[in-house]
Design a protein around this ligand. Structure first.
Ligand SMILES: CC(C)(COP(=O)(O)OP(=O)(O)OC[C@H]1O[C@@H](n2cnc3c(N)ncnc32)[C@H](O)[C@@H]1OP(=O)(O)O)[C@@H](O)C(=O)NCCC(=O)NCCS
Length: 209
């Protein structure tokens, strides 16, 4: 790939999504060490130093270029870190281009639709900029709030393994509902752009808002 997608700044009605900064280490530690959050992410207990190192890694996950590249964006509300949305690029080939997304919200901000708004922005990035054909979300059994979020955005349940359920947002579903979702959450993708070499556009970009 000649040009990659690098961490954009995305604005929504209430949030800003941007690359992570190490200056948020204290908040990151608090967010991801909340017991239920950690349980559903299946992350280990991390002390402050380990959380800082973890966030440091996330500050470097700013580029999607090859399969399995990982992009993590901070979710900011009024200048404060309140969560994270992420995207794993699973395939870059045009006909199967796909990504897996994830979401994390500071439990103190739960119940206000912030995670849904941030996840919708990540979906818009996947479909409108990366031109993914589909997007998946893998959710640990029992993580009902995460399942509810996936349902709110229109993901379809597609598989149930012993420990996880898999959800899918097909590109065709996004083509039908994406514009309305972007309008509802006021998603502005800004300067985000990506180019994959030797690829023809298979899905015409939906008209930008
Ligand atoms: C999964 C997770 C992000 C969901 O958080 P959440 O607070 O339930 O989700 P939202 O921020 O979208 O808020 C949804 C709630 O706000 C309400 N809401 C209020 N205003 C809203 C709006 N403008 N848009 C959407 N929902 C809105 C919804 O009705 C919903 O209400 P409910 O709590 O009564 O069901 C959070 O529980 C979390 O971080 N869990 C731990 C990490 C994790 O599991 N990550 C996923 C791994 S697969």
């Amino acid at each position: 790939m000649e040009r990659a997608l690098t961490a954009p700044v995305i604005r929504t009605n209430r949030l800003t999504l941007r690359a992570h900064r190490i200056s948020d280490a204290e908040r990151w530690h608090a967010i991801v060490n909340e017991p239920r959050t950690r349980q559903f992410l299946q992350w280990p207990v991390r002390d402050e130093h380990a959380s800082r190192v973890h966030l440091q890694h996330r500050t470097r996950h700013t580029k999607l270029w090859q399969a399995d590249d990982f992009l993590a964006l901070a979710v900011e509300l009024d200048g404060d870190l309140i969560g994270d949305v992420s995207m794993h690029l699973r395939s870059t080939d045009g006909p199967t281009r796909s990504a897996e997304i994830g979401w994390i919200l500071d439990s103190r901000y739960s119940g206000n639709g912030y995670a849904t708004e941030a996840a919708a922005a990540m979906l818009a990035l996947a479909f409108e900029v990366l031109e993914a054909q589909w997007v998946t979300a893998i959710i640990v059994k029992g993580n009902e709030r995460s399942v509810a979020l996936a349902n709110r955005l229109g993901f379809l349940p597609v598989a149930a393994a012993p420990a996880h359920n898999s959800f899918l947002m097909p590109g065709l579903a996004w083509d039908e509902r994406g514009r309305e979702i972007q309008r509802r959450f006021g998603i502005q993708l800004g300067e985000a752009e990506a180019e994959f070499p030797n690829e023809t556009r298979l899905r015409p970009l939906a008209a930008k808002l």
